[in-house]
Ligand binder design. Structure first.
Ligand code: ZN
Ligand code: ZN
Length: 307
């Protein structure tokens, strides 16, 4: 198979949580959302430069919706896969600086969409968390759609890069794990570039799908990290010196309170996890007749004696 028969699709999911970015802008003006998006655009353009068969998609993960920044609703399949898309030709007045027209069009589209997203969302209600699990599901759907639409002799290799800003949401634990396992089944790599606090969910996602998890130590250098670690694909990575793998936080969230726990009770019927013993499983309503295991009582007694 020649290299032309293999498409490489990179889907970038950017956390655009307005609360996190707002706080960030107040704390230090050096690194803002627009700087972050600049870095994302350079990475996207570089990915498209690597090979003419490379494809790109960018999704904004917001607090109320997940939105495609590129390709938007107006792009057709022919624009993305045909030679010299009609959309590009009709919407691009030609590049003024000699830059490749497609890149100019993509960057303009991303800028317009993000402007629209940030100005038109009103912060109603208590929804302050980034809808990351939903954005990842959207990315998987897009990848699936693309792999269905390519020509017969072509193969598509896809990966997702998450640029994460805000805190993890334990409420999304179930959806998140389902998305991770769906990605693993389709052999889709998930990479994570974390700007702020570590994310246990993304650590697991990268570990399970074979991607790289990286916490950015110096945010203004985001672009260097992106080009160094996340531009090379899976095959090129084996030849590079990359950051060592991290210790993965494999704690699960209990289904009752969404707390992260190390030891808990698992329903033997539906595998739901609970932090406290309950005689009836709240997920599948199975009634358990057994009392607390006697081992626990014995242990407690021994401890008392030791004291
Ligand atoms: Zn609980
Ligand atoms: Zn159950």
């Amino acid at each position: 198979m020649s290299a032309d028969d293999e498409l490489s699709l990179l889907v970038i999911v950017v956390d655009t949580n307005p609360i996190w970015w707002g706080k960030r802008a107040l704390a230090e003006a050096e690194f803002t959302l627009s700087k972050c998006l600049d870095a994302v655009m350079v990475l996207g353009n570089s990915h498209l430069f690597m090979n003419r068969t490379n494809r790109l998609a960018v999704i904004a993960s917001h607090t109320q919706e997940s939105r495609f920044l590129y390709p938007g609703k107006h792009w057709t399949f022919a624009d993305l896969f045909g030679d010299g898309g009609s959309f590009v030709e009709s919407n691009c007045s030609g590049s003024k600086d000699g830059k490749y027209e497609l890149l100019t069009t993509i960057n303009d589209a991303i800028t317009e969409e993000i402007k629209d997203l940030m100005t038109k969302t009103d912060m109603r209600g208590q929804q302050t968390e980034t809808l990351l699990a939903g954005s990842l599901a959207k990315a998987l759907c897009y990848i699936n759609k693309m792999s269905k639409e390519i020509k017969g002799n072509q193969e598509i290799k896809s990966r997702i890069l998450v640029i994460k800003a805000a805190e993890d949401s334990a409420l999304q634990y179930m959806n998140f794990m389902n998305v991770i396992f769906a990605a693993q089944k389709q052999s889709i790599l998930i990479d994570a570039c974390v700007l702020d606090s570590d994310s246990g969910l993304l650590q697991q996602a990268c570990d399970i799908t074979g991607g790289i998890y990286l916490k950015v130590l110096h945010m203004p250098s985001l672009l260097q990290y992106l080009l160094w670690v996340f531009l090379p694909d899976q095959e090129q990575r084996s030849q590079l010196v990359l950051p060592p793998p991290i210790h993965v936080d494999y704690r699960a969230a209990c289904f009752c309170h969404r707390n992260l726990i190390e030891i808990g009770y698992v329903c033997s019927v539906c595998l739901s996890i609970f932090c406290n013993f309950s005689p009836i499983c709240s997920t599948c309503e199975t009634a358990f007749k057994i009392s607390l295991p006697p081992v626990m009582k014995a242990k407690k007694k021994k401890l008392k004696l030791a004291v």
